[in-house]
Design a protein around this ligand. Sequence first.
Ligand code: HEC
Length: 245
Amino acid sequence: MKKLIIAILMMALPALGMAAGPSIPLLSANIDLDDKESLQRGAAIFIHNCLNCHSAHYMRYNRVSEDLGMAESEIKSMMFTTDNVGDTMVVALDPKEAKAWFGTLPPDLTVIERFRGADWLYTYFLSFYKDDSRPFGVNNLLFKDVGMPHAMLGMQGLADPIYRDETLPDGSIRKVVDSLSQPAGGAMSTADYEEAVRDLVGFMVYMGEPAKLVRYDLGWKVILFLIFLTFLLYLLKKEYWRDIH
Ligand code: HEC
């Protein structure tokens, strides 16, 4: 038995190693899936800024409009990669060109939140900074040497890196990015950009598991039913015991 436990622990060890945390502490996304207006704004940001390069192959436009309480005409006015609301969110970009431009294919984003988590995504969109050595002039604190340009540069503007010295084992010193300056040149204030990113990530959480909205809505109805049932059973119990006494 002891050997078995040790064997299981040994098997789990590599997985623990892989789950080692990200390079910087994650910020908290604080998503509220009950806030339909936030999710609607997130859908608009996603469609306008991300579908140029990424697809969301498992999500249909009319499902989004239905789930988030948007008029079909509203979602239709945002669409540009197809004009059929029954279609899935296909990408505008030709995959061959994508490979040539970015060196890698922008991944499908339907369920990326299930893989990365909301806090990771929120932090990622707040971690772009100016780096002229990179092909698109930007780098990312959370995803080093990322192949993606800063898709929301116009909204956020660009932050400068603030460096600190790090001493290597051989005693030499190298500069590493410690933190980021206040972004400059964007259309939004920092607070508004953070809010927009929260909307976007909220939409990505919803997209990763649309049934969550239904479940949240169903949850309190089930609880109410259970309370009612308890009350009924209590009356029934009293009825039975009356005969026994
Ligand atoms: C100009 C093209 C382009 C646009 C626009 C773009 N991306 Fe990307 N994105 C990429 C590429 C290329 C990668 C792959 C980067 C890599 O692996 O180095 C990527 C990677 C990502 C990743 C990381 C995937 C992973 O490995 O976990 C996320 C998340 C992401 N994009 C989300 C978005 C969102 C959300 C938007 C819209 C706000 C967006 N992207 C807009 C090209 C783009």
